[in-house]
Design a protein around this ligand. Structure first.
Ligand SMILES: N[C@@H](CCC(=O)N[C@@H](CS)C(=O)NCC(=O)O)C(=O)O
Length: 226
């Protein structure tokens, strides 16, 4: 099979857990209409620590993408790779400008390097400390107010990281949804809070939500039969 840019399309398999940041990669593959196999890793059952999976992802994290048998780890790298396979899918702006490229990298770094650890501290504080998890949670709230504030100011004028939606808005929405599920207050950040409803206009976003629900149900069945 070839892509719309006549690049050969590799055989793809994505390792995913519903609700995890790997949902951004699900969206990317769906929007780019690339065929892929979805392989579920049950983080609740600690499957990420099993040797079968650490052979794929040495840190035992999702997402990981197999492409013709080669592994790509790190969400930002997978997003960049999928965009490179299908540049005309419109996952990121393609104006070729160095400033746009730098802003894209800034967004990927903000989501992966800053917001992700904060939402982890909100959702799973006891996995970060051997001491008082409540202290980690409180600190994560304070860091979240500052860092989500930066993201809110960035997207406030257009509603998106760039002038139009991009994969960065899907990534931001993931961080917002996890933080919101812990009770983090998004009232001061209305543009971030409205991301999900604006993104729901995209067919691939709705497909991603369906895949999330189907994956959660499949894992529940797997646990019941274990
Ligand atoms: N730096 C990695 C972080 C990925 C990550 O932390 N994924 C979480 C799910 S959102 C995970 O797999 N956690 C399992 C664990 O830490 O045991 C990336 O950006 O891809």
């Amino acid at each position: 099979m070839t892509s719309d840019d006549n690049l050969p399309v590799p055989e793809l398999a994505l390792y995913h857990f519903p609700g995890a940041c790997s949902q951004v990669c699900v969206f990317a593959l769906e929007h780019a209409r690339l065929p892929y196999e979805l392989r579920l890793v049950d983080l609740k059952a600690n499957e990420q620590a099993a040797p079968g999976y650490t052979g794929v992802s040495p840190l035992g994290k999702v997402p990981a993408l197999l492409t013709d048998g080669e592994v790509i780890t790190e969400n930002a790298a997978i997003q960049t790779y999928v965009d490179a396979l299908r540049p005309r899918a419109g996952l990121f702006p393609q104006d070729g400008s160095p400033l746009t490229a730098a802003r894209r990298q800034a967004g990927l770094s903000l989501c992966g390097g800053t917001l992700h650890p904060i939402v982890r501290g909100l959702a799973n504080p006891s996995r970060i400390t051997e001491g008082d998890p409540e202290g980690v949670r409180r600190k994560s709230v304070a860091l979240g107010i500052k860092s989500f504030g930066v993201a809110e100011r960035r997207i406030a004028s257009t509603g998106w990281w760039f002038d139009e939606w991009s994969l960065l808005d899907i990534y931001l929405n993931w961080a917002v949804s996890v933080a919101a599920s812990t009770g983090f207050d998004f009232a001061p950040f209305p543009t971030l809070a409205g991301l999900r409803s604006r993104l729901s206009d995209l067919p691939a976003f709705r497909r991603m939500l369906e895949i999330e629900a189907q994956s959660a149900a499949a894992l529940e069945r797997r646990r019941q039969s274990a």
